[in-house]
Write a protein that binds this ligand. Structure first.
Ligand code: ZN
Length: 343
């Protein structure tokens, strides 16, 4: 049995994602093109974030090769760095995974050049995936995540390439305002086709927050027989604004009038909301849980704790009993505790 299936047989897999957003917030890559240049320029920052996510409860170290594909690197004039960025990201992830005994995942994603009506684009996409998956295979990953596909047909190409390399595949689709894929397939049909084509885990990631992803995940869970994945973004999406790209923040002056991607802070879910999401999804029968763009280690720790785990970071999970004003500890000054009502 592969390491992924071995882990799935003992309970849900937790996979922290959201490297682009977190490293953008920290000032190491640029929103817009969103290319993981930090892998080459500040590799120590990427390794550090891998460690933080494992400390918080992630079972998986995902190589930061999201958008490290040919189309994106060409867009910023760094196509020559394609192999170096992929190999370096895989090495960084492999080192941390070995050090932490975590699962090691490679990663490929939406190409932004796929067009269902243009077969030549399918060949371009297949070639992009093939080169990235070959580097992942050489790095001895436990599995490859193919994610954030709006087109289920593009996801199927990714799956085919991963399987041809003899690797396990976790394939997740991104569902925008329409609850169908961009190919016009229902979410159940799309996921079923991907499962039938041999994916080891199938589900949804990114774009939707917990509130608007859960109803779709329920449908996916009911339609599939194998493991299901759910990795929402930690934002308070609603029925009217079901995606983090459609969220608004009325009365706040933001360039472009759109909080996405760098002004979503006030719309962020707190750790309790992400814990509640994880508990609900787990109860529905979801086997692979995580948080996508916007995730911080505190979100991941709450996901882990919602599954009854105590990762190393749980040593510092909030305990207000010793808080100077709101605490209950008898050593605290009674005057300060009484003053709590004035705070
Ligand atoms: Zn995302």
């Amino acid at each position: 049995m592969s390491r992924l299936h071995e882990h799935l047989s003992t309970g849900p897999v937790i996979c922290a994602e959201g490297y682009l957003f977190e490293l953008e917030r920290r000032g190491y890559l640029q929103a817009g093109a969103f290319v993981p240049e930090v892998v080459l320029e500040h590799p120590e920052m990427v390794a550090q974030l891998h460690r933080e996510f494992v400390h918080a409860g992630s079972d998986v170290v995902e190589a930061f090769t999201y958008y490290a594909h040919r189309e994106k690197l060409a867009l910023i004039g760094r196509e020559g760095d394609l192999e170096a960025i992929n190999r370096q990201a895989l090495q960084l992830a492999a080192d941390v995974a070995a050090e932490q005994s975590s699962l090691l995942a490679g990663n490929i994603c939406n190409s932004n050049v796929f067009d269902p009506a243009d077969p030549s684009s399918h060949d371009i996409v297949r070639a992009m995936f093939t080169e990235q998956v070959a580097w992942a295979a050489e790095a001895n990953v436990d599995f490859v995540i193919g994610e954030t596909f709006s087109y289920a047909q593009e996801a199927l190409i990714a799956l085919e390439v991963i399987k041809a390399a003899g690797l396990d595949a976790v394939i997740t689709l991104s569902i925008h305002r329409s609850v169908d894929t961009r190919d016009g397939w229902t979410v159940e049909e799309a996921c079923r086709r991907i499962e039938d084509a041999g994916a080891d885990v199938v589900g949804l990631n990114c774009i939707r927050g917990p509130r608007t992803m859960l109803p779709l995940i329920e449908r996916v869970r009911a339609a599939l027989s194998g493991p299901v994945a759910a990795l929402p973004v930690p934002y308070r999406t609603t029925e009217d604004e079901p995606t983090f790209q459609s969220l608004t923040d009325p009365g706040v002056d933001i360039p472009g009038d759109r909080p996405f991607p760098v002004a979503l802070d006030p719309l962020t879910c707190n750790r309790y909301e992400m814990g509640e999401f994880a508990a609900t999804a787990h109860a529905l029968g979801v086997d692979y849980l995580g948080v996508c763009c916007g995730a911080g280690p505190h979100h991941i720790r709450s996901v882990a704790e919602a599954l009854g785990r105590t990762p190393p970071g749980s040593r510092f999970t909030a305990d207000m009993s010793k808080h100077a004003y709101f605490g209950t500890d008898q050593q605290l000054k009674p005057g300060n505790r009484a003053f709590a009502t004035e705070l």
